[in-house]
Ligand binder design. Structure first.
Ligand SMILES: Nc1ncnc2c1ncn2[C@@H]1O[C@H](COP(=O)(O)OP(=O)(O)OP(=O)(O)O)[C@@H](O)[C@H]1O
Length: 259
């Protein structure tokens, strides 16, 4: 379980990206985090694996207080959490298979990862992960010869091979066309169902979030303004999450001055 207790995050420039966030996410949930640009979605996700330190409160992941971890403990903790980015974060000059194998050696220097020798068992695990996301036939192809959707699947396979408890995905479909985006979302859903890995995803496509995630967390100006089942999200809820300051001021003026 992931628990946020009164979590606040203030960046050094004094921007309060998160304020008094309280959440409990059970193992195996598929959660989409939605909200306007700058609402705090990335910050929220990246605090879970300590890519960002929080300023207030506590984050507890399976009884571990994330911010009390030090040095090696952080690296070990991060092995249990896969991270998927909008930009795929792959090494494009090497093969798909090597990119997946890299997940087995997170603590090695970069040059060792690329030149590393891997066991037969590790190769089988990597190939199985590629099979799970439907790109086994691309194992020996260089990543720069793949489409965006295929590259995101490689990133997903790399995360799968790591066998994490939690997958954090920061805008994983933002740079994909609508058809490919759905294929990648299908993969996330399948993995979530078949493996019980939790999926926590930032996403701008509201319809896709509602269709694929079981639970929606709406963030606005650093605060959680909605937390509930995706089937219960109404237009009013979406208004609450997405209505910007400009619209608020405008509608206040309309009400007050009848303009
Ligand atoms: N490294 C940083 N230093 C200072 N301020 C930051 C930093 N990262 C984010 N912020 C600010 O914190 C706030 C929340 O940003 P965050 O990236 O979490 O929002 P977001 O909802 O993910 O936005 P987007 O959808 O555009 O990615 C914004 O005001 C942003 O400008």
């Amino acid at each position: 379980m992931i628990e946020f207790i009164n979590v606040g995050k203030t960046y050094p420039n004094n921007v309060k990206a998160l304020q008094d966030v309280n959440l409990k996410i059970d193992q195996g949930e598929f959660v989409a985090i939605i909200g306007l640009s700058g609402a705090g979605k990335s910050t929220l996700i990246r605090c879970i694996n300590r890519m960002h330190d929080i300023s207030e409160g506590k984050i507890i992941v399976d009884n571990v207080e994330v911010n009390s971890l030090k040095g090696k403990e952080v690296r070990k903790f991060r092995q249990r959490i896969g991270m998927i980015f909008q930009s795929f974060n792959l090494v494009t000059r090497i093969s798909v298979l090597k990119n997946v194998l890299v997940s087995f050696v997170p603590e090695l220097p970069y040059w060792r990862k690329i030149t590393g020798i891997f066991s037969k068992e590790q190769k089988i695990k990597a190939l199985t992960a590629l099979d799970q996301v439907g790109i086994l036939d691309k194992a020996y192809v260089r990543v720069d010869q793949l489409s965006g959707g295929q590259q995101q699947r490689v990133a997903l396979a790399r995360t799968l091979a790591q066998n994490p408890d939690i997958i954090l995905a920061d805008e994983p479909i933002a740079s994909l066309d609508p058809v490919t985006a759905r294929q990648v979302m299908d993969d996330f859903k399948k993995i979530n169902r078949e493996t019980d890995m939790s999926v926590i995803m930032n996403i701008h496509h509201v319809e896709i979030a509602l269709e694929y995630a079981d639970r929606i967390i709406g963030v606005k100006e650093g605060q959680v303004v909605y937390d509930g089942k995706s089937t219960e999200v109404t237009d009013d809820v979406l208004d609450l999450i997405y209505k910007g300051k400009v619209e608020e001021i405008q509608s206040e003026a309309e009400e007050r001055y009848n303009v």
